[in-house]
Design a protein around this ligand. Sequence first.
Ligand SMILES: [Fe+2]
Ligand SMILES: [Fe+2]
Length: 365
Amino acid sequence: MSEFTLTTPSQEPGYQTAMEVVFQWNYDPELEELRNLYVKAAEAQWISERDLRWDQQIDLVKFSTTPLGTGVPIDQTSYWKSLPQDTRSELTRRTAAFRLSQFLHGEQGALMVAAQLVNAVPHTDAKFYAATQTMDEARHVEVFARYIEKLDEIRPIAPSLKGILDQTLQTSDWMKKLVGMQIVVEGLALYAFREMRNMTEEPLLKELLTYVARDESRHHAYGVQYIERCVPCLSPSARAELEDFALECARSLIDRNAQGLFTTLLQIWAEVGVDPAAMFQSLHDERDEILRDAPPKKRLGPVQGFVLPTLKRCGLFSERVATHFHGFFRENFGDRVAGANVQDFMQHLPDLPADTARWVMGEIQ
Ligand SMILES: [Fe+2]
Ligand SMILES: [Fe+2]
């Protein structure tokens, strides 16, 4: 063990955050649904050391079923299929370590925001719930770090994710913290955990994501159930400000240029000897064929498929803010994804799943 010191070389310089701390003298249940969620969370606590089988070796053959998360079907190109199995496995392993590292750093952000919420939210039930979430997030940080170290190495946080975490931690407005973390960041995380959990056949990763995703579906429920009670109490200008905050957070994740994610993925490809130009050429040449074989119902991405429906459910998706979202989607993905106009865009937004906990386990669509 290294020597104990007050500052460590791996820590970042601290920054100031603005947060109002609120005492609440009414201890009786007031928001029944949040009190129930708190009890559910207490009952669902699990222990990494006891409940996950860490002595299992990571099965690298099964691991190659883990989705790459590039958003484009590169694994269906003839170039990909022509790569040696070892190269494909190595690419999957390193890409997954990068994605899991983003989950890990996001979990650390969630841990700190949840702890802030204990102080800042004004209702007792909401403080209780945030306390259980804080415990959950600590466990998530623990298990992701442990898994990545078993798999490969922890990679640095993507600047776009760090930006959202900073903004959410720094704001003085607890409702913005809820929207930034519980709705935007956790909405995206839930979507990504669901995809990875349901597709990977690597047993330890699947087990780990099952536990984590169950917790996350409660965290998302907390955000939705609390915010939808709060929004009707806001003035039109306060509501618009909250919508704009959600827009800012989601926008930095939609904006491909700002992400830096793609650059990192290309670096990983280069590391293992994959030629990006050849891969894209193959994708370009075989596009029609790949699209023809794709399932007829196009799956929406995490923002359109989950985050925006959540905002809509919470009363934070007015036509005004939808117009901005539509503009960004058009710029980044074109008309085919965004729809021709904002009415079209709003109309094609799916509803939230009836039961998020079952949806995340792939039991319902
Ligand atoms: Fe988490
Ligand atoms: Fe969470």
